[in-house]
Design a protein around this ligand. Structure first.
Ligand SMILES: [Zn+2]
Length: 400
């Protein structure tokens, strides 16, 4: 497209109002406080849009020109780049969101601007109310830095939009500028001593990115979890969008709670991280036996004391940063009221208790059946075989 065609195809007033700028009619023309060079006060409108001549002019800044000049000035780019942007569609790209990156005190350091069609660019304040379209020499910080510094539990995602969605649900979330592959070790210093949940986007760059993030956090964060979203959700925003506003927060809290702690040992940091290996012993291997307040280890039917359970199973990290001991979780979520020997019945006999002479019905109560039919026995042996030494011998191994 020629220069004139681009100017004709992008009527200035339309282009500017599509960008979100407020224009005030002035005869056949418009005036506005929007200016590509700097930020003028809202009530002051030094910029005139001449709709017939298809030009703008700022009386204060003494600059002006066509829509191409506007884009060049606003984004600090060449005429060729501006024409490329404007030639891409009827109105070229439109800025649809801005994300502020601030220092610890909330002072704006730089801003990520999102455009439609999807594109991101950074700019920084020029100190006079305007923008410089690069981030040269600017201190790089985590998104939401002031909040992150005050939180114990922080969720790391791969973009500002995901962050804002999680923040709206009550989580403390952060990300790094430029997205996948651009994590810096000083971000991990910021997260030192915190409980960090790293959310993986379901694509290859996402997988490589979390490898980099986790490698960098290892030894700095107090704990790390790698959160894998359910299948077919690309990122956490997709997942949230699939749920009702009420359900989204609890669903993500549950995902976090159900994710085991990342095991930092045996991870080869040069390789993409393996998916979270299943824990050798999990909460699903236990029931809480309430009459004695100890815990049935299902593979062997041994009873474990509370101290062994909490030594063997990681505590759960709650979204607000508190932790819940595994034993407490089992008390609440996997209690049984009785144990019995009942061939032919399932391992967990629900809503029934053994009383003198036989079964009685009792809603909400569970009886653990110690009997194991031979076929299940075989399956169990295969399963424990994969799980390694510790679960094959039923005795709890104390942590050194
Ligand atoms: Zn101006």
């Amino acid at each position: 497209m020629t220069r004139d065609q681009i100017i004709a195809n992008n009527p200035l007033a339309q282009f500017l109002s599509d960008c979100g700028y407020e224009l005030r009619p002035a005869g056949a023309n418009f005036v506005t406080s929007a200016c590509p060079a700097r930020r003028h006060k809202d009530y002051h409108r030094p910029v005139t849009i001449d709709t017939e001549k298809k030009v703008w002019h700022c009386n204060d800044c003494k600059i002006g020109g066509s829509v191409i000049d506007w884009v060049m000035a606003e984004r600090n780019i060449s005429a060729a780049e501006a024409m490329h942007i404007l030639g891409g569609g009827r109105n070229g790209e439109v800025m649809v969101a801005t994300y502020d990156y601030t220092d610890a005190n909330g002072k704006l350091l730089y801003q990520v601007c999102r455009f439609e069609p999807k594109d991101f660019r950074q700019r920084r304040p020029d100190g006079h109310g305007g923008w410089i379209w690069n981030t040269q020499g600017v201190q790089r910080v985590l998104y939401n830095l002031p909040t992150v510094l005050g939180a114990q539990c922080v969720v790391v995602v791969e973009g500002e939009k995901d962050c804002d969605r999680l923040t709206a649900l009550g989580f403390t979330a952060t990300t790094n500028v430029c997205g996948a592959g651009k994590w810096r070790d000083d971000y991990s210093e910021t997260l030192g001593g915190k409980d960090v949940i790293v959310v993986r986007d379901n694509d290859e760059p996402g997988q490589k990115h979390v490898a980099q993030v986790i490698a960098s956090l290892t030894g700095k964060a107090r704990s790390i979890k790698l959160l894998i979203l359910p299948d077919h959700f690309h990122d956490v925003s997709d997942y949230i969008a699939s749920l009702s506003p009420k359900a989204a927060g609890p669903a993500i809290a549950k995902l976090i709670a159900d994710t085991p702690l990342w095991n930092c040992v045996d991870v080869d940091h040069d390789e993409p991280p393996p998916y979270q290996p299943p824990p050798r012993v999990s909460r699903e291997d236990f029931h809480a036996y309430m009459p004695q307040h100890n815990y049935i280890f299902i593979p062997t039917r041994d009873l474990w004391p509370v101290s062994s359970v909490d030594a063997r199973l990681p505590a759960l990290l709650l979204p607000d940063g508190r932790t819940l001991k595994a034993s407490k979780w089992l008390d609440r979520n996997r209690p049984v009221e009785q144990m019995t020997w009942a061939p032919g019945l399932p391992m967990l006999v629900e809503n029934r208790l053994i009383s003198e002479g036989g079964w009685i019905h009792r809603n909400g109560c569970k009886t653990f059946n110690l009997y194991r039919p031979p076929d299940i026995q075989l399956g169990r042996e295969n399963r424990t075989g994969e799980r390694g030494e510790n679960s094959r011998c039923g005795t709890p191994v104390p942590y050194s």
